[in-house]
Write a protein that binds this ligand. Structure first.
Ligand code: PEP
Ligand code: MN
Length: 390
Protein backbone atom coordinates (compact mmCIF):
# COMPACT_ATOMS: atom_id res chain seq x y z
CA UNK A 1 0.00 0.00 0.00
CA UNK A 2 2.87 2.36 0.74
CA UNK A 3 4.29 1.86 -2.72
CA UNK A 4 0.88 2.36 -4.25
CA UNK A 5 0.37 5.52 -2.22
CA UNK A 6 3.68 6.83 -3.47
CA UNK A 7 2.78 6.29 -7.10
CA UNK A 8 -0.60 7.94 -6.48
CA UNK A 9 0.97 11.13 -5.21
CA UNK A 10 3.54 11.08 -7.99
CA UNK A 11 0.80 10.99 -10.58
CA UNK A 12 -1.26 13.60 -8.76
CA UNK A 13 1.63 16.01 -9.12
CA UNK A 14 2.01 15.15 -12.76
CA UNK A 15 -1.66 15.73 -13.33
CA UNK A 16 -1.64 19.10 -11.63
CA UNK A 17 1.36 20.14 -13.65
CA UNK A 18 -0.17 19.12 -16.95
CA UNK A 19 -3.36 20.93 -15.96
CA UNK A 20 -1.41 24.11 -15.34
CA UNK A 21 0.25 23.91 -18.73
CA UNK A 22 -2.74 22.81 -20.76
CA UNK A 23 -5.85 24.39 -19.36
CA UNK A 24 -7.34 27.34 -21.16
CA UNK A 25 -10.31 29.12 -19.65
CA UNK A 26 -13.35 29.49 -21.85
CA UNK A 27 -16.15 31.92 -21.04
CA UNK A 28 -19.31 29.99 -21.87
CA UNK A 29 -22.96 30.93 -21.46
CA UNK A 30 -25.09 28.07 -20.08
CA UNK A 31 -27.28 26.47 -22.73
CA UNK A 32 -30.45 27.40 -20.77
CA UNK A 33 -29.76 31.00 -21.75
CA UNK A 34 -29.47 30.30 -25.47
CA UNK A 35 -33.25 30.33 -25.92
CA UNK A 36 -33.16 27.48 -28.40
CA UNK A 37 -34.17 24.35 -26.55
CA UNK A 38 -37.44 23.81 -24.65
CA UNK A 39 -36.99 24.20 -20.90
CA UNK A 40 -35.98 20.98 -19.21
CA UNK A 41 -35.50 19.04 -22.47
CA UNK A 42 -33.22 16.04 -21.90
CA UNK A 43 -31.45 15.12 -24.07
CA UNK A 44 -31.31 18.39 -26.01
CA UNK A 45 -32.39 17.57 -29.56
CA UNK A 46 -31.16 18.82 -32.92
CA UNK A 47 -32.49 16.93 -35.92
CA UNK A 48 -33.03 17.33 -39.62
CA UNK A 49 -31.77 16.15 -42.97
CA UNK A 50 -28.14 15.83 -43.91
CA UNK A 51 -28.91 18.22 -46.77
CA UNK A 52 -31.73 20.56 -47.59
CA UNK A 53 -32.79 19.21 -50.99
CA UNK A 54 -36.12 20.79 -51.83
CA UNK A 55 -38.70 22.99 -50.14
CA UNK A 56 -41.12 20.07 -49.91
CA UNK A 57 -38.52 17.76 -48.34
CA UNK A 58 -37.48 20.44 -45.84
CA UNK A 59 -41.03 21.32 -44.79
CA UNK A 60 -42.24 17.73 -44.57
CA UNK A 61 -39.24 16.62 -42.50
CA UNK A 62 -39.50 19.66 -40.23
CA UNK A 63 -43.22 19.05 -39.58
CA UNK A 64 -42.51 15.44 -38.65
CA UNK A 65 -39.70 16.42 -36.32
CA UNK A 66 -41.71 19.17 -34.69
CA UNK A 67 -44.33 16.54 -33.86
CA UNK A 68 -41.52 14.41 -32.40
CA UNK A 69 -40.63 17.19 -29.96
CA UNK A 70 -37.70 18.70 -31.82
CA UNK A 71 -37.27 22.47 -31.58
CA UNK A 72 -33.94 22.90 -33.37
CA UNK A 73 -33.99 21.88 -37.02
CA UNK A 74 -30.72 21.14 -38.79
CA UNK A 75 -30.13 21.04 -42.54
CA UNK A 76 -26.91 21.18 -44.55
CA UNK A 77 -26.97 24.01 -47.08
CA UNK A 78 -23.33 23.75 -48.18
CA UNK A 79 -22.04 20.19 -48.08
CA UNK A 80 -18.38 19.23 -47.79
CA UNK A 81 -18.27 16.12 -49.98
CA UNK A 82 -15.31 13.80 -50.30
CA UNK A 83 -15.51 13.57 -54.10
CA UNK A 84 -16.34 16.30 -56.61
CA UNK A 85 -19.36 16.07 -58.89
CA UNK A 86 -21.61 14.85 -56.09
CA UNK A 87 -24.47 16.91 -54.71
CA UNK A 88 -22.67 19.70 -52.84
CA UNK A 89 -25.70 21.26 -51.23
CA UNK A 90 -28.40 23.52 -52.57
CA UNK A 91 -26.53 26.64 -51.44
CA UNK A 92 -27.92 30.02 -50.41
CA UNK A 93 -31.42 29.56 -51.95
CA UNK A 94 -32.03 26.81 -49.36
CA UNK A 95 -31.84 29.39 -46.57
CA UNK A 96 -35.30 30.63 -47.68
CA UNK A 97 -36.71 27.19 -46.86
CA UNK A 98 -35.16 27.34 -43.41
CA UNK A 99 -36.78 30.74 -42.98
CA UNK A 100 -40.10 29.12 -43.79
CA UNK A 101 -39.50 26.44 -41.15
CA UNK A 102 -38.90 29.24 -38.66
CA UNK A 103 -41.89 31.33 -39.63
CA UNK A 104 -44.48 28.61 -40.18
CA UNK A 105 -43.47 26.06 -37.57
CA UNK A 106 -41.81 28.30 -34.99
CA UNK A 107 -38.75 26.06 -34.91
CA UNK A 108 -35.16 27.27 -34.63
CA UNK A 109 -32.88 26.49 -37.55
CA UNK A 110 -29.21 25.56 -37.78
CA UNK A 111 -26.75 24.82 -40.54
CA UNK A 112 -23.06 24.12 -41.13
CA UNK A 113 -20.73 26.98 -42.04
CA UNK A 114 -17.24 26.80 -43.46
CA UNK A 115 -16.44 30.33 -44.62
CA UNK A 116 -17.06 34.02 -44.06
CA UNK A 117 -19.55 34.03 -46.91
CA UNK A 118 -21.60 31.27 -45.26
CA UNK A 119 -21.74 33.32 -42.06
CA UNK A 120 -22.90 36.48 -43.83
CA UNK A 121 -25.62 34.53 -45.67
CA UNK A 122 -26.77 32.84 -42.47
CA UNK A 123 -26.99 36.16 -40.65
CA UNK A 124 -28.94 37.68 -43.55
CA UNK A 125 -31.51 34.87 -43.47
CA UNK A 126 -31.89 34.72 -39.70
CA UNK A 127 -30.32 31.30 -39.08
CA UNK A 128 -30.48 30.74 -35.30
CA UNK A 129 -27.39 28.61 -34.78
CA UNK A 130 -24.43 27.44 -36.86
CA UNK A 131 -22.01 24.59 -36.52
CA UNK A 132 -18.50 24.11 -37.77
CA UNK A 133 -17.99 20.76 -39.49
CA UNK A 134 -15.27 18.27 -38.67
CA UNK A 135 -13.21 19.04 -41.75
CA UNK A 136 -13.34 22.77 -41.06
CA UNK A 137 -12.42 22.49 -37.38
CA UNK A 138 -9.18 20.90 -38.55
CA UNK A 139 -8.31 24.10 -40.44
CA UNK A 140 -7.27 27.03 -38.19
CA UNK A 141 -7.31 29.51 -41.11
CA UNK A 142 -10.98 28.83 -41.78
CA UNK A 143 -11.91 28.76 -38.10
CA UNK A 144 -10.25 32.16 -37.67
CA UNK A 145 -12.06 33.51 -40.73
CA UNK A 146 -15.37 32.31 -39.29
CA UNK A 147 -14.56 33.73 -35.85
CA UNK A 148 -13.72 37.13 -37.38
CA UNK A 149 -16.96 37.12 -39.36
CA UNK A 150 -18.92 36.35 -36.19
CA UNK A 151 -17.49 39.26 -34.16
CA UNK A 152 -20.23 41.38 -32.58
CA UNK A 153 -22.91 38.74 -33.23
CA UNK A 154 -24.71 36.72 -30.61
CA UNK A 155 -25.30 33.56 -32.61
CA UNK A 156 -24.64 30.20 -30.91
CA UNK A 157 -21.88 28.12 -32.47
CA UNK A 158 -21.30 24.40 -32.09
CA UNK A 159 -17.88 23.05 -32.98
CA UNK A 160 -17.57 19.48 -34.17
CA UNK A 161 -14.42 17.60 -33.27
CA UNK A 162 -11.76 17.75 -35.99
CA UNK A 163 -11.59 14.66 -38.23
CA UNK A 164 -8.34 13.68 -36.49
CA UNK A 165 -8.37 12.92 -32.75
CA UNK A 166 -6.51 16.07 -31.68
CA UNK A 167 -8.12 17.61 -28.62
CA UNK A 168 -5.91 20.71 -28.76
CA UNK A 169 -6.97 21.48 -32.32
CA UNK A 170 -10.57 21.19 -31.12
CA UNK A 171 -9.94 23.43 -28.12
CA UNK A 172 -7.99 25.86 -30.32
CA UNK A 173 -11.09 26.36 -32.48
CA UNK A 174 -13.16 27.06 -29.35
CA UNK A 175 -10.56 29.59 -28.19
CA UNK A 176 -10.66 31.43 -31.53
CA UNK A 177 -14.45 31.75 -31.33
CA UNK A 178 -14.42 32.66 -27.66
CA UNK A 179 -11.83 35.37 -28.29
CA UNK A 180 -14.12 36.77 -30.99
CA UNK A 181 -16.74 37.21 -28.26
CA UNK A 182 -18.83 34.07 -28.92
CA UNK A 183 -20.09 32.87 -25.53
CA UNK A 184 -22.90 30.63 -26.76
CA UNK A 185 -20.40 27.94 -27.52
CA UNK A 186 -20.81 24.16 -27.54
CA UNK A 187 -19.28 21.03 -29.00
CA UNK A 188 -20.39 18.05 -31.05
CA UNK A 189 -18.59 14.74 -30.85
CA UNK A 190 -18.87 12.82 -34.15
CA UNK A 191 -15.91 10.46 -34.01
CA UNK A 192 -12.69 10.35 -35.97
CA UNK A 193 -11.40 9.26 -39.35
CA UNK A 194 -9.34 6.12 -39.22
CA UNK A 195 -7.63 3.75 -41.59
CA UNK A 196 -8.55 0.86 -39.29
CA UNK A 197 -11.34 -1.42 -40.48
CA UNK A 198 -14.19 -0.73 -38.06
CA UNK A 199 -17.92 -1.32 -38.08
CA UNK A 200 -18.71 2.39 -37.74
CA UNK A 201 -18.11 5.16 -40.26
CA UNK A 202 -15.94 6.98 -37.74
CA UNK A 203 -14.01 5.77 -34.72
CA UNK A 204 -16.04 6.75 -31.62
CA UNK A 205 -12.97 7.70 -29.54
CA UNK A 206 -15.18 8.36 -26.51
CA UNK A 207 -12.18 8.96 -24.24
CA UNK A 208 -11.57 12.25 -26.04
CA UNK A 209 -15.16 13.27 -25.42
CA UNK A 210 -14.78 12.38 -21.75
CA UNK A 211 -11.59 14.41 -21.56
CA UNK A 212 -13.28 17.40 -23.16
CA UNK A 213 -16.23 17.06 -20.79
CA UNK A 214 -13.92 16.85 -17.80
CA UNK A 215 -11.94 19.92 -18.86
CA UNK A 216 -15.00 22.03 -19.69
CA UNK A 217 -17.91 20.59 -17.70
CA UNK A 218 -20.00 23.73 -18.28
CA UNK A 219 -19.86 23.47 -22.08
CA UNK A 220 -22.99 22.18 -23.83
CA UNK A 221 -22.01 18.84 -25.28
CA UNK A 222 -23.72 17.02 -28.14
CA UNK A 223 -23.05 13.71 -29.81
CA UNK A 224 -23.68 13.05 -33.50
CA UNK A 225 -24.39 9.32 -33.67
CA UNK A 226 -25.44 9.66 -37.33
CA UNK A 227 -21.99 10.54 -38.63
CA UNK A 228 -20.25 8.40 -36.03
CA UNK A 229 -22.13 5.24 -36.95
CA UNK A 230 -22.78 5.93 -40.60
CA UNK A 231 -25.79 3.60 -40.55
CA UNK A 232 -29.27 3.75 -38.99
CA UNK A 233 -28.77 0.49 -37.11
CA UNK A 234 -26.08 2.04 -34.89
CA UNK A 235 -28.11 5.07 -33.80
CA UNK A 236 -29.56 3.45 -30.72
CA UNK A 237 -26.38 2.07 -29.19
CA UNK A 238 -24.34 5.21 -29.94
CA UNK A 239 -27.01 7.59 -28.65
CA UNK A 240 -27.40 5.58 -25.46
CA UNK A 241 -23.64 5.55 -24.96
CA UNK A 242 -23.53 9.34 -25.32
CA UNK A 243 -26.23 9.74 -22.67
CA UNK A 244 -24.54 7.26 -20.35
CA UNK A 245 -21.39 9.35 -20.56
CA UNK A 246 -23.43 12.34 -19.44
CA UNK A 247 -23.49 14.31 -22.70
CA UNK A 248 -26.24 16.93 -22.96
CA UNK A 249 -27.74 16.38 -26.35
CA UNK A 250 -27.93 14.63 -29.70
CA UNK A 251 -27.72 15.82 -33.28
CA UNK A 252 -29.37 13.26 -35.50
CA UNK A 253 -30.00 13.20 -39.24
CA UNK A 254 -33.60 12.70 -40.24
CA UNK A 255 -35.22 12.77 -43.68
CA UNK A 256 -38.88 12.38 -44.65
CA UNK A 257 -37.82 9.71 -47.17
CA UNK A 258 -34.28 8.49 -46.39
CA UNK A 259 -34.11 6.14 -49.37
CA UNK A 260 -34.23 9.17 -51.69
CA UNK A 261 -31.70 11.27 -49.78
CA UNK A 262 -29.07 12.97 -51.92
CA UNK A 263 -26.41 12.53 -49.21
CA UNK A 264 -25.94 10.12 -46.30
CA UNK A 265 -29.01 8.04 -47.24
CA UNK A 266 -27.94 5.05 -45.12
CA UNK A 267 -27.79 6.89 -41.82
CA UNK A 268 -30.94 9.02 -41.92
CA UNK A 269 -34.20 8.03 -40.24
CA UNK A 270 -37.76 9.17 -40.80
CA UNK A 271 -39.15 11.57 -38.18
CA UNK A 272 -41.35 8.70 -36.95
CA UNK A 273 -38.36 6.42 -36.42
CA UNK A 274 -36.53 9.33 -34.82
CA UNK A 275 -39.36 9.66 -32.29
CA UNK A 276 -39.17 5.93 -31.52
CA UNK A 277 -35.41 6.11 -31.12
CA UNK A 278 -35.58 9.00 -28.66
CA UNK A 279 -38.47 7.40 -26.78
CA UNK A 280 -36.41 4.26 -26.27
CA UNK A 281 -33.38 5.96 -24.75
CA UNK A 282 -32.75 5.83 -21.03
CA UNK A 283 -31.98 9.29 -19.74
CA UNK A 284 -29.73 9.23 -16.70
CA UNK A 285 -30.23 11.59 -13.82
CA UNK A 286 -29.03 15.01 -14.97
CA UNK A 287 -25.87 15.63 -13.01
CA UNK A 288 -26.19 19.40 -12.94
CA UNK A 289 -29.39 19.10 -10.88
CA UNK A 290 -27.89 17.06 -8.11
CA UNK A 291 -24.66 18.26 -6.51
CA UNK A 292 -24.41 14.97 -4.61
CA UNK A 293 -24.52 12.91 -7.77
CA UNK A 294 -21.96 15.13 -9.42
CA UNK A 295 -19.62 14.96 -6.49
CA UNK A 296 -19.83 11.19 -6.41
CA UNK A 297 -19.34 10.67 -10.08
CA UNK A 298 -16.46 13.13 -10.14
CA UNK A 299 -14.82 11.29 -7.30
CA UNK A 300 -15.29 7.95 -8.99
CA UNK A 301 -13.90 9.32 -12.22
CA UNK A 302 -10.90 10.73 -10.43
CA UNK A 303 -10.31 7.30 -8.92
CA UNK A 304 -10.51 5.69 -12.33
CA UNK A 305 -7.99 8.20 -13.70
CA UNK A 306 -5.57 7.34 -10.94
CA UNK A 307 -6.06 3.61 -11.32
CA UNK A 308 -5.51 3.86 -15.07
CA UNK A 309 -2.27 5.71 -14.56
CA UNK A 310 -1.23 3.05 -12.08
CA UNK A 311 -2.05 0.37 -14.60
CA UNK A 312 0.34 2.09 -17.00
CA UNK A 313 2.97 2.27 -14.30
CA UNK A 314 2.56 -1.40 -13.45
CA UNK A 315 2.59 -2.43 -17.10
CA UNK A 316 5.81 -0.55 -17.72
CA UNK A 317 7.37 -2.12 -14.62
CA UNK A 318 6.35 -5.55 -15.86
CA UNK A 319 7.79 -4.81 -19.29
CA UNK A 320 11.12 -3.84 -17.76
CA UNK A 321 11.29 -7.17 -15.92
CA UNK A 322 10.37 -8.93 -19.12
CA UNK A 323 13.22 -7.17 -20.95
CA UNK A 324 15.62 -8.34 -18.23
CA UNK A 325 14.41 -11.88 -18.83
CA UNK A 326 15.05 -11.31 -22.53
CA UNK A 327 18.64 -10.30 -21.84
CA UNK A 328 19.08 -13.32 -19.57
CA UNK A 329 17.73 -15.63 -22.25
CA UNK A 330 20.06 -14.11 -24.78
CA UNK A 331 23.10 -14.59 -22.57
CA UNK A 332 22.17 -18.20 -21.90
CA UNK A 333 20.95 -18.97 -25.36
CA UNK A 334 17.40 -19.88 -24.34
CA UNK A 335 14.42 -19.67 -26.73
CA UNK A 336 11.95 -16.85 -26.05
CA UNK A 337 8.71 -18.69 -26.44
CA UNK A 338 8.10 -21.43 -23.94
CA UNK A 339 4.51 -22.23 -24.71
CA UNK A 340 3.97 -24.70 -21.93
CA UNK A 341 5.03 -22.14 -19.34
CA UNK A 342 2.72 -19.48 -20.76
CA UNK A 343 -0.23 -21.90 -20.85
CA UNK A 344 0.37 -22.69 -17.19
CA UNK A 345 0.64 -19.00 -16.25
CA UNK A 346 -2.52 -18.13 -18.13
CA UNK A 347 -4.67 -20.90 -16.65
CA UNK A 348 -3.43 -19.95 -13.21
CA UNK A 349 -4.45 -16.35 -13.86
CA UNK A 350 -7.86 -17.39 -15.14
CA UNK A 351 -8.35 -19.48 -12.01
CA UNK A 352 -7.35 -16.56 -9.76
CA UNK A 353 -9.47 -14.13 -11.74
CA UNK A 354 -12.62 -15.77 -10.34
CA UNK A 355 -11.74 -14.58 -6.85
CA UNK A 356 -11.45 -11.07 -8.23
CA UNK A 357 -14.80 -11.19 -9.99
CA UNK A 358 -13.24 -10.98 -13.45
CA UNK A 359 -14.35 -13.11 -16.38
CA UNK A 360 -12.03 -15.71 -17.88
CA UNK A 361 -12.52 -14.16 -21.31
CA UNK A 362 -11.48 -10.70 -20.16
CA UNK A 363 -8.48 -11.93 -18.23
CA UNK A 364 -7.20 -14.06 -21.07
CA UNK A 365 -7.61 -11.19 -23.58
CA UNK A 366 -5.66 -8.81 -21.36
CA UNK A 367 -2.91 -11.26 -20.47
CA UNK A 368 -2.51 -12.54 -23.99
CA UNK A 369 -2.03 -8.96 -25.17
CA UNK A 370 0.56 -8.34 -22.44
CA UNK A 371 2.32 -11.59 -23.27
CA UNK A 372 2.38 -10.87 -26.99
CA UNK A 373 4.03 -7.52 -26.37
CA UNK A 374 6.56 -9.11 -24.00
CA UNK A 375 7.52 -11.69 -26.60
CA UNK A 376 8.00 -8.92 -29.15
CA UNK A 377 10.19 -6.92 -26.77
CA UNK A 378 12.29 -9.99 -25.98
CA UNK A 379 12.52 -10.78 -29.66
CA UNK A 380 13.95 -7.31 -30.27
CA UNK A 381 16.56 -7.84 -27.57
CA UNK A 382 17.51 -11.23 -28.96
CA UNK A 383 17.98 -9.97 -32.51
CA UNK A 384 19.95 -6.92 -31.33
CA UNK A 385 23.56 -7.10 -32.44
CA UNK A 386 23.01 -10.41 -34.20
CA UNK A 387 23.95 -8.96 -37.56
CA UNK A 388 27.11 -7.25 -36.37
CA UNK A 389 28.39 -10.36 -34.63
CA UNK A 390 28.03 -12.40 -37.79
C1 PEP B 1 -22.97 17.05 -41.24
O1 PEP B 1 -23.30 17.26 -40.06
O2 PEP B 1 -23.77 16.99 -42.16
C2 PEP B 1 -21.55 16.79 -41.53
C3 PEP B 1 -21.05 17.02 -42.74
O3 PEP B 1 -20.88 16.28 -40.50
P1 PEP B 1 -19.30 16.16 -40.21
O4 PEP B 1 -18.73 17.54 -40.28
O5 PEP B 1 -19.32 15.61 -38.83
O6 PEP B 1 -18.72 15.22 -41.21
MN1 MN C 1 -24.49 14.08 -43.24
Amino acid sequence: TLKLALTFSKFDNLRNLSKLIMETKLDILPVEKWELFPEGQRPLLIAGPCSAESEVQVMQTARGLKAAGVNVFRAGIWKPRTHPNNFEGIGTPGLKWLQRVKNELGMKVATEVASEKHIFDCLKFGVDMVWIGARTTANPFLVQEIADALKDTDIPVLVKNPVNPDIDLWIGALERLNQAGIRKLGVIHRGFSTSEKIQYRNLPGWQLAVEMRTRYPEMPFFADPSHMGGARKYLNELSQRALDLGLDGLMIESHCDPSCAMSDAGQQVTPEDFAKLIGGLKVREADSDSPEYKENIDQLRAQIDIIDENLLYILSTRMNVSRSIGRYKKEHNIAILQTSRWDAVLSQMIEKAKEYGLSAEFVSTVFNAIHEESVQEQDKILSEGVQSSE
